[in-house]
Design a protein around this ligand. Structure first.
Ligand code: CMP
Length: 140
């Protein structure tokens, strides 16, 4: 296993419910370290660009509307095998399918308002981190 970095987003359903600290406890107790963090309100254009990989999916328009409907917290998580570890801690995309003990099982509402996003592979993680952060803003 190697130390990796991955991009995490706490989504508008979670900022709205004031549970960002509760969510970050899952990451920290799960062995990941928050090495960069900021709170943003994405524009529609920024959401479209970030999720461009899903542009052909039926849910793309709703996803972009949702991601700019309120504040988000974007952060870089660091740790052993961080990309896979983060996905384990988040649980299945649809909270209805998420395992006990995961973030989405505990606080996710539905497949759209699923509280957290995480990069799915090393190449994606590098691109997604660079979308939001410069090297100077990441302090491990
Ligand atoms: P996320 O990890 O942010 O990556 C893409 C997002 O699309 C996903 O989480 C879901 O919140 C959202 N989404 C909305 N509808 C669907 C769907 N039917 N299937 C998969 N993802 C969906």
């Amino acid at each position: 296993m190697a130390v990796e970095r991955t991009l995490s987003i706490i989504k508008p359903d979670a900022t709205e419910r004031n549970i960002t600290g509760r969510i970050n406890t899952f990451f920290e107790e799960g062995g990941l370290r928050i090495v960069a963090q900021k709170r943003l309100h994405l524009t529609r254009a920024q959401a479209e660009k970030f999720y461009a990989v899903h542009a052909e999916r039926a849910f793309y328009g709703e996803l972009c509307d949702y991601m700019c409907s309120g504040p988000v917290v974007v952060q870089v998580l660091e740790g052993e095998d961080a990309i896979v570890r983060n996905r384990e801690i988040m649980g299945a995309t649809n909270p209805a399918n998420a395992d006990e003990g995961t973030i989405r099982k505990a606080v996710g509402q539905d497949v759209q308002a699923n509280s957290v996003h995480g990069s799915d592979a090393p190449e994606t993680a590098a691109k997604e981190i660079a979308f939001f952060f410069s090297d100077l803003e990441i302090v491990g």
